[in-house]
Design a protein around this ligand. Structure first.
Ligand code: PLP
Length: 421
Protein backbone atom coordinates (compact mmCIF):
# COMPACT_ATOMS: atom_id res chain seq x y z
CA UNK A 1 0.00 0.00 0.00
CA UNK A 2 1.40 3.35 -1.01
CA UNK A 3 1.65 5.85 1.82
CA UNK A 4 0.69 9.31 0.65
CA UNK A 5 1.47 12.29 2.87
CA UNK A 6 -1.60 14.21 4.06
CA UNK A 7 -1.79 17.90 3.25
CA UNK A 8 0.06 20.02 5.79
CA UNK A 9 -3.11 22.01 6.34
CA UNK A 10 -5.27 18.98 7.12
CA UNK A 11 -2.61 17.44 9.35
CA UNK A 12 -2.19 20.75 11.21
CA UNK A 13 -5.95 20.99 11.82
CA UNK A 14 -5.96 17.43 13.16
CA UNK A 15 -3.42 18.51 15.80
CA UNK A 16 -5.71 21.11 17.39
CA UNK A 17 -6.31 18.81 20.37
CA UNK A 18 -2.72 19.39 21.47
CA UNK A 19 -3.77 22.85 22.61
CA UNK A 20 -1.01 24.47 20.54
CA UNK A 21 -1.80 27.66 18.59
CA UNK A 22 -2.57 26.87 14.95
CA UNK A 23 0.71 28.41 13.72
CA UNK A 24 2.70 25.94 15.83
CA UNK A 25 0.50 23.03 14.66
CA UNK A 26 1.35 24.05 11.08
CA UNK A 27 5.04 24.07 11.89
CA UNK A 28 4.85 20.62 13.51
CA UNK A 29 2.83 19.26 10.59
CA UNK A 30 5.21 20.70 7.99
CA UNK A 31 8.27 19.28 9.75
CA UNK A 32 6.62 15.85 10.19
CA UNK A 33 5.62 15.70 6.51
CA UNK A 34 9.08 16.91 5.50
CA UNK A 35 10.64 14.10 7.54
CA UNK A 36 8.25 11.50 6.05
CA UNK A 37 7.11 10.95 9.61
CA UNK A 38 3.57 12.38 9.59
CA UNK A 39 2.16 9.53 11.67
CA UNK A 40 4.27 10.85 14.55
CA UNK A 41 2.84 14.36 14.18
CA UNK A 42 0.42 14.02 17.14
CA UNK A 43 3.25 12.80 19.39
CA UNK A 44 5.47 15.63 18.16
CA UNK A 45 2.72 18.16 18.88
CA UNK A 46 2.23 16.77 22.40
CA UNK A 47 5.98 16.94 22.96
CA UNK A 48 6.08 20.58 21.92
CA UNK A 49 3.02 21.38 24.07
CA UNK A 50 4.81 19.82 27.05
CA UNK A 51 7.89 21.93 26.30
CA UNK A 52 6.02 25.25 26.58
CA UNK A 53 6.92 27.39 29.56
CA UNK A 54 4.45 26.64 32.34
CA UNK A 55 3.90 25.75 35.99
CA UNK A 56 5.24 22.56 37.58
CA UNK A 57 4.78 20.96 40.98
CA UNK A 58 8.14 20.86 42.76
CA UNK A 59 8.19 17.73 44.94
CA UNK A 60 12.00 17.54 44.86
CA UNK A 61 12.56 19.14 48.25
CA UNK A 62 14.96 21.68 46.71
CA UNK A 63 13.53 25.02 47.80
CA UNK A 64 15.48 27.17 45.33
CA UNK A 65 15.59 24.79 42.36
CA UNK A 66 17.66 26.47 39.65
CA UNK A 67 15.90 24.52 36.89
CA UNK A 68 12.48 25.44 38.26
CA UNK A 69 13.05 29.20 38.40
CA UNK A 70 14.64 29.24 41.87
CA UNK A 71 12.15 30.98 44.20
CA UNK A 72 8.45 30.14 43.73
CA UNK A 73 6.35 33.11 42.69
CA UNK A 74 2.83 34.08 43.57
CA UNK A 75 0.70 36.04 41.14
CA UNK A 76 1.66 39.73 41.27
CA UNK A 77 -0.60 42.07 43.20
CA UNK A 78 -3.19 43.36 40.77
CA UNK A 79 -2.99 40.12 38.82
CA UNK A 80 -6.28 39.17 37.23
CA UNK A 81 -7.92 42.09 35.50
CA UNK A 82 -5.98 43.91 32.77
CA UNK A 83 -4.00 46.71 34.31
CA UNK A 84 -1.36 49.26 33.46
CA UNK A 85 1.34 49.99 35.96
CA UNK A 86 2.81 53.16 37.46
CA UNK A 87 6.23 52.05 36.20
CA UNK A 88 7.61 55.46 35.24
CA UNK A 89 5.03 58.01 36.28
CA UNK A 90 4.83 60.19 39.33
CA UNK A 91 1.15 59.62 40.12
CA UNK A 92 0.80 62.73 42.29
CA UNK A 93 2.16 65.21 39.72
CA UNK A 94 1.27 63.28 36.58
CA UNK A 95 4.80 63.88 35.32
CA UNK A 96 7.28 61.34 34.16
CA UNK A 97 8.64 59.50 37.18
CA UNK A 98 11.67 57.39 37.82
CA UNK A 99 12.10 53.69 38.45
CA UNK A 100 14.50 54.83 41.15
CA UNK A 101 12.11 57.21 42.89
CA UNK A 102 10.53 57.03 46.35
CA UNK A 103 8.50 53.89 46.95
CA UNK A 104 10.04 52.07 44.02
CA UNK A 105 11.77 48.70 44.61
CA UNK A 106 15.23 50.34 44.70
CA UNK A 107 14.00 52.70 47.40
CA UNK A 108 12.47 49.84 49.43
CA UNK A 109 15.78 47.99 49.14
CA UNK A 110 17.62 51.06 50.41
CA UNK A 111 15.40 51.02 53.45
CA UNK A 112 15.65 47.25 54.04
CA UNK A 113 19.44 47.12 53.71
CA UNK A 114 20.22 50.41 55.43
CA UNK A 115 22.15 51.53 52.34
CA UNK A 116 22.38 55.08 50.99
CA UNK A 117 21.02 53.97 47.62
CA UNK A 118 20.20 50.86 45.59
CA UNK A 119 19.71 49.86 41.96
CA UNK A 120 17.85 46.85 40.53
CA UNK A 121 19.14 45.00 37.46
CA UNK A 122 18.23 41.77 35.68
CA UNK A 123 20.23 39.32 37.81
CA UNK A 124 23.11 38.96 40.23
CA UNK A 125 25.65 38.50 37.46
CA UNK A 126 24.51 41.79 35.90
CA UNK A 127 24.80 43.51 39.28
CA UNK A 128 28.45 42.60 39.74
CA UNK A 129 29.27 43.35 36.08
CA UNK A 130 27.70 46.80 36.28
CA UNK A 131 29.16 47.59 39.72
CA UNK A 132 32.67 46.86 38.45
CA UNK A 133 32.22 48.52 35.04
CA UNK A 134 30.77 51.71 36.50
CA UNK A 135 33.14 52.15 39.42
CA UNK A 136 36.41 50.46 38.49
CA UNK A 137 36.80 50.18 34.69
CA UNK A 138 40.42 50.54 33.68
CA UNK A 139 41.52 50.00 37.28
CA UNK A 140 42.99 47.02 39.09
CA UNK A 141 40.68 44.86 41.23
CA UNK A 142 42.13 42.41 43.74
CA UNK A 143 40.32 39.14 44.50
CA UNK A 144 41.41 36.35 46.87
CA UNK A 145 42.27 33.13 45.02
CA UNK A 146 39.77 31.18 47.15
CA UNK A 147 36.99 33.45 45.89
CA UNK A 148 37.44 33.11 42.13
CA UNK A 149 34.05 31.48 42.00
CA UNK A 150 32.15 29.80 39.21
CA UNK A 151 28.37 29.91 39.56
CA UNK A 152 26.33 27.44 37.46
CA UNK A 153 25.67 28.44 33.88
CA UNK A 154 29.13 29.75 33.07
CA UNK A 155 29.34 32.77 35.40
CA UNK A 156 33.02 32.94 36.35
CA UNK A 157 34.28 35.77 38.51
CA UNK A 158 37.61 36.18 36.65
CA UNK A 159 35.79 36.47 33.31
CA UNK A 160 33.22 38.93 34.68
CA UNK A 161 36.01 41.10 36.06
CA UNK A 162 37.72 41.14 32.66
CA UNK A 163 34.41 41.83 30.83
CA UNK A 164 33.78 44.81 33.06
CA UNK A 165 36.99 46.40 31.78
CA UNK A 166 38.86 45.96 35.09
CA UNK A 167 42.19 44.22 35.53
CA UNK A 168 42.05 41.21 37.82
CA UNK A 169 44.78 40.92 40.43
CA UNK A 170 44.75 37.53 42.15
CA UNK A 171 45.99 37.55 45.71
CA UNK A 172 46.57 34.93 48.43
CA UNK A 173 46.22 31.19 47.92
CA UNK A 174 43.33 28.82 47.32
CA UNK A 175 42.81 28.13 51.02
CA UNK A 176 44.29 31.19 52.73
CA UNK A 177 44.07 34.86 51.90
CA UNK A 178 44.70 37.75 54.30
CA UNK A 179 43.91 41.43 54.20
CA UNK A 180 47.69 41.95 53.99
CA UNK A 181 47.70 40.16 50.61
CA UNK A 182 45.21 42.72 49.29
CA UNK A 183 47.21 45.55 50.87
CA UNK A 184 50.40 44.34 49.15
CA UNK A 185 48.65 44.14 45.77
CA UNK A 186 47.62 47.79 46.16
CA UNK A 187 44.80 47.49 43.61
CA UNK A 188 42.40 50.45 43.44
CA UNK A 189 39.37 48.30 44.31
CA UNK A 190 38.93 45.15 46.42
CA UNK A 191 36.35 42.54 45.42
CA UNK A 192 35.06 40.14 48.06
CA UNK A 193 32.99 37.23 46.69
CA UNK A 194 30.84 34.99 48.86
CA UNK A 195 31.68 31.33 48.26
CA UNK A 196 27.98 30.58 47.99
CA UNK A 197 28.04 27.16 46.34
CA UNK A 198 31.12 25.49 47.83
CA UNK A 199 33.10 25.31 51.05
CA UNK A 200 36.83 25.27 51.62
CA UNK A 201 37.39 23.57 54.97
CA UNK A 202 40.45 22.78 57.05
CA UNK A 203 43.49 25.08 57.11
CA UNK A 204 41.70 28.14 55.78
CA UNK A 205 41.55 31.87 56.27
CA UNK A 206 39.62 34.64 54.54
CA UNK A 207 39.68 38.32 55.47
CA UNK A 208 36.46 39.80 56.78
CA UNK A 209 34.81 42.67 54.97
CA UNK A 210 35.68 44.90 57.94
CA UNK A 211 39.38 44.04 57.56
CA UNK A 212 39.26 44.73 53.83
CA UNK A 213 37.44 48.01 54.36
CA UNK A 214 40.20 48.95 56.79
CA UNK A 215 42.62 49.05 53.86
CA UNK A 216 41.07 52.34 52.79
CA UNK A 217 39.96 51.41 49.27
CA UNK A 218 36.44 50.73 48.07
CA UNK A 219 35.32 47.16 48.76
CA UNK A 220 32.71 45.61 46.49
CA UNK A 221 31.12 42.63 48.25
CA UNK A 222 29.27 40.12 46.08
CA UNK A 223 27.16 38.29 48.64
CA UNK A 224 25.25 36.60 45.80
CA UNK A 225 22.80 34.44 47.67
CA UNK A 226 22.85 36.19 51.02
CA UNK A 227 20.25 37.60 53.34
CA UNK A 228 19.14 41.22 53.55
CA UNK A 229 19.87 41.28 57.27
CA UNK A 230 21.48 38.58 59.44
CA UNK A 231 18.98 39.29 62.23
CA UNK A 232 16.09 38.31 59.90
CA UNK A 233 13.73 40.81 61.60
CA UNK A 234 11.03 39.78 59.12
CA UNK A 235 10.79 36.27 60.62
CA UNK A 236 8.45 35.53 63.51
CA UNK A 237 11.23 33.79 65.47
CA UNK A 238 15.01 33.42 65.38
CA UNK A 239 16.56 32.46 62.00
CA UNK A 240 16.48 28.68 61.42
CA UNK A 241 19.85 26.87 61.84
CA UNK A 242 20.32 26.36 58.10
CA UNK A 243 20.63 30.15 57.64
CA UNK A 244 23.27 30.60 60.33
CA UNK A 245 26.32 31.14 58.10
CA UNK A 246 24.71 33.19 55.35
CA UNK A 247 26.31 36.59 54.74
CA UNK A 248 24.00 39.55 54.97
CA UNK A 249 23.79 42.76 53.01
CA UNK A 250 23.10 45.10 55.92
CA UNK A 251 26.03 43.76 57.94
CA UNK A 252 28.38 43.90 54.92
CA UNK A 253 27.51 47.59 54.52
CA UNK A 254 27.89 48.23 58.27
CA UNK A 255 31.31 46.58 58.05
CA UNK A 256 32.33 49.14 55.46
CA UNK A 257 31.62 47.64 52.02
CA UNK A 258 31.20 50.47 49.51
CA UNK A 259 28.86 48.39 47.35
CA UNK A 260 27.10 45.09 47.89
CA UNK A 261 25.65 42.99 45.06
CA UNK A 262 23.21 40.10 45.39
CA UNK A 263 20.53 38.05 43.67
CA UNK A 264 16.82 38.71 44.23
CA UNK A 265 15.80 35.10 43.67
CA UNK A 266 18.04 33.30 46.11
CA UNK A 267 17.49 33.91 49.81
CA UNK A 268 15.33 36.97 49.15
CA UNK A 269 12.81 34.61 47.58
CA UNK A 270 11.84 37.10 44.88
CA UNK A 271 11.78 37.07 41.07
CA UNK A 272 15.01 36.82 39.06
CA UNK A 273 16.85 40.05 39.60
CA UNK A 274 20.05 41.56 40.90
CA UNK A 275 20.72 44.41 43.31
CA UNK A 276 23.56 46.89 43.78
CA UNK A 277 23.33 48.66 47.14
CA UNK A 278 25.68 50.97 48.97
CA UNK A 279 27.30 54.39 48.66
CA UNK A 280 25.09 56.89 46.87
CA UNK A 281 27.80 58.27 44.57
CA UNK A 282 28.76 54.78 43.42
CA UNK A 283 25.16 53.60 42.94
CA UNK A 284 24.50 56.76 40.93
CA UNK A 285 27.56 56.03 38.79
CA UNK A 286 26.07 52.56 38.16
CA UNK A 287 22.68 54.06 37.24
CA UNK A 288 24.32 56.50 34.77
CA UNK A 289 26.45 53.83 33.07
CA UNK A 290 25.27 52.80 29.56
CA UNK A 291 25.08 49.16 30.69
CA UNK A 292 22.40 50.09 33.26
CA UNK A 293 19.78 50.47 30.53
CA UNK A 294 20.81 47.19 28.93
CA UNK A 295 20.59 45.37 32.25
CA UNK A 296 17.41 46.86 33.70
CA UNK A 297 14.49 44.54 34.44
CA UNK A 298 10.96 45.03 33.11
CA UNK A 299 7.78 45.99 34.90
CA UNK A 300 6.68 42.42 35.61
CA UNK A 301 9.85 41.71 37.55
CA UNK A 302 9.74 45.06 39.36
CA UNK A 303 6.12 44.46 40.38
CA UNK A 304 6.88 41.00 41.74
CA UNK A 305 9.95 42.36 43.53
CA UNK A 306 7.94 45.24 44.99
CA UNK A 307 5.38 42.78 46.39
CA UNK A 308 8.13 40.70 48.05
CA UNK A 309 9.93 43.75 49.47
CA UNK A 310 6.72 45.11 50.97
CA UNK A 311 6.25 41.75 52.71
CA UNK A 312 9.73 42.17 54.24
CA UNK A 313 8.82 45.67 55.42
CA UNK A 314 5.51 44.43 56.85
CA UNK A 315 7.46 41.51 58.36
CA UNK A 316 4.94 38.95 57.19
CA UNK A 317 7.14 37.01 54.74
CA UNK A 318 6.47 33.81 56.71
CA UNK A 319 2.88 33.86 55.50
CA UNK A 320 3.00 35.84 52.26
CA UNK A 321 6.27 35.02 50.43
CA UNK A 322 6.06 31.46 49.05
CA UNK A 323 9.77 30.71 49.62
CA UNK A 324 9.59 31.60 53.31
CA UNK A 325 6.17 30.00 53.75
CA UNK A 326 7.58 26.74 52.40
CA UNK A 327 10.92 27.00 54.22
CA UNK A 328 9.30 27.66 57.60
CA UNK A 329 6.39 25.17 57.54
CA UNK A 330 6.69 22.93 60.65
CA UNK A 331 7.63 19.32 59.80
CA UNK A 332 4.55 18.05 61.65
CA UNK A 333 2.33 19.92 59.22
CA UNK A 334 4.17 18.34 56.27
CA UNK A 335 3.71 14.87 57.82
CA UNK A 336 -0.03 15.50 58.24
CA UNK A 337 -0.32 16.57 54.61
CA UNK A 338 1.66 13.50 53.51
CA UNK A 339 -0.67 11.24 55.47
CA UNK A 340 -3.72 13.00 54.03
CA UNK A 341 -2.54 12.14 50.50
CA UNK A 342 -3.35 8.51 51.37
CA UNK A 343 -0.78 7.22 48.87
CA UNK A 344 2.60 5.64 49.62
CA UNK A 345 4.40 5.64 52.94
CA UNK A 346 4.81 8.81 54.99
CA UNK A 347 8.55 9.39 55.45
CA UNK A 348 10.83 11.96 57.04
CA UNK A 349 13.03 13.54 54.37
CA UNK A 350 15.77 16.11 54.01
CA UNK A 351 15.05 19.19 51.94
CA UNK A 352 17.76 21.66 50.92
CA UNK A 353 17.80 25.42 50.32
CA UNK A 354 19.39 24.85 46.88
CA UNK A 355 19.91 27.40 44.14
CA UNK A 356 23.62 27.48 44.82
CA UNK A 357 22.98 28.89 48.26
CA UNK A 358 23.93 27.45 51.63
CA UNK A 359 25.82 24.31 50.54
CA UNK A 360 25.68 21.41 52.96
CA UNK A 361 22.72 22.82 54.87
CA UNK A 362 19.66 20.66 55.39
CA UNK A 363 16.06 21.51 56.15
CA UNK A 364 14.14 18.74 58.00
CA UNK A 365 11.12 17.75 55.93
CA UNK A 366 8.54 15.05 55.22
CA UNK A 367 6.82 13.51 52.26
CA UNK A 368 5.72 10.22 50.76
CA UNK A 369 7.81 7.35 49.40
CA UNK A 370 6.64 4.98 46.67
CA UNK A 371 8.25 1.83 45.29
CA UNK A 372 10.22 2.13 42.09
CA UNK A 373 11.31 4.99 39.88
CA UNK A 374 8.20 6.99 38.95
CA UNK A 375 10.06 10.22 38.12
CA UNK A 376 9.54 10.08 34.35
CA UNK A 377 5.85 9.17 34.70
CA UNK A 378 5.32 12.05 37.12
CA UNK A 379 6.97 14.49 34.71
CA UNK A 380 4.45 13.42 32.06
CA UNK A 381 1.56 14.55 34.25
CA UNK A 382 -0.10 17.91 33.52
CA UNK A 383 1.24 19.95 35.23
CA UNK A 384 4.53 18.03 35.48
CA UNK A 385 5.56 16.85 38.95
CA UNK A 386 9.27 16.83 39.84
CA UNK A 387 10.15 14.13 42.39
CA UNK A 388 13.46 12.59 43.40
CA UNK A 389 14.53 8.96 43.37
CA UNK A 390 16.56 7.50 46.22
CA UNK A 391 17.59 3.86 46.60
CA UNK A 392 14.84 2.53 44.36
CA UNK A 393 12.10 4.70 45.88
CA UNK A 394 10.38 7.76 44.51
CA UNK A 395 10.25 10.51 47.13
CA UNK A 396 7.77 13.35 46.91
CA UNK A 397 8.92 15.98 49.38
CA UNK A 398 6.09 18.22 50.57
CA UNK A 399 8.28 21.09 51.80
CA UNK A 400 8.44 22.51 48.29
CA UNK A 401 4.83 21.73 47.33
CA UNK A 402 2.26 24.45 47.85
CA UNK A 403 -0.63 22.99 49.90
CA UNK A 404 -2.95 24.06 47.08
CA UNK A 405 -1.09 21.55 44.88
CA UNK A 406 -1.53 18.54 47.19
CA UNK A 407 -4.55 17.50 45.13
CA UNK A 408 -2.51 17.78 41.92
CA UNK A 409 0.19 15.59 43.47
CA UNK A 410 -2.42 13.08 44.57
CA UNK A 411 -3.96 12.96 41.11
CA UNK A 412 -0.53 12.46 39.55
CA UNK A 413 0.41 9.65 41.95
CA UNK A 414 -2.90 7.77 42.07
CA UNK A 415 -2.74 6.09 38.65
CA UNK A 416 0.87 5.03 39.25
CA UNK A 417 0.37 2.91 42.35
CA UNK A 418 -1.49 -0.30 43.06
CA UNK A 419 -3.93 0.38 45.82
CA UNK A 420 -5.99 -2.01 47.83
CA UNK A 421 -9.68 -1.44 47.22
C1 PLP B 1 24.22 33.36 42.39
C2 PLP B 1 25.41 34.21 42.54
C3 PLP B 1 25.74 35.16 41.57
C4 PLP B 1 24.96 35.33 40.30
O1 PLP B 1 23.65 35.70 40.55
P1 PLP B 1 22.52 35.42 39.42
O2 PLP B 1 21.31 36.10 39.94
O3 PLP B 1 22.39 33.93 39.32
O4 PLP B 1 23.03 36.02 38.16
C5 PLP B 1 26.87 35.92 41.76
N1 PLP B 1 27.63 35.78 42.86
C6 PLP B 1 27.35 34.89 43.82
C7 PLP B 1 28.24 34.79 45.02
C8 PLP B 1 26.23 34.07 43.70
O5 PLP B 1 25.93 33.18 44.65
Amino acid sequence: MERRPPSVDRLARSLAGSGLPHALCVEVARAAVGDDDWEAAPARADELAAALLGPVVNASGVLLHTNLGRAPLSAPAGGGPVRYQSLEIDVSSGRRGSRQGPGRPADLLRQLTGSEAALVVGNGAGAILLALAATAAGQRVSVGRGQLVEIGGGFRVPEVVEQSGCHLVEVGTTNRTRAADHAAAAAEVVLHVHASNYRIVGFTEQPTIAQLAGLGRPVIADVGSGLLDAACPWLPGPPPPWLADEPAVRQALDDGAALVTFSCDKLLGGPQGGVIAGRRDLVEACARHPLARALRPGGLVLQALSDVLLAYLRRDVATTVPFWRMALTPVGELRDRAAALGIGAVVDTVAVPGGGSVPGQEVPSAGVALDGDLAAALRRHHPPVMARVEAGHTICDLRTVDPADDDVLKAALAPLVHQDP
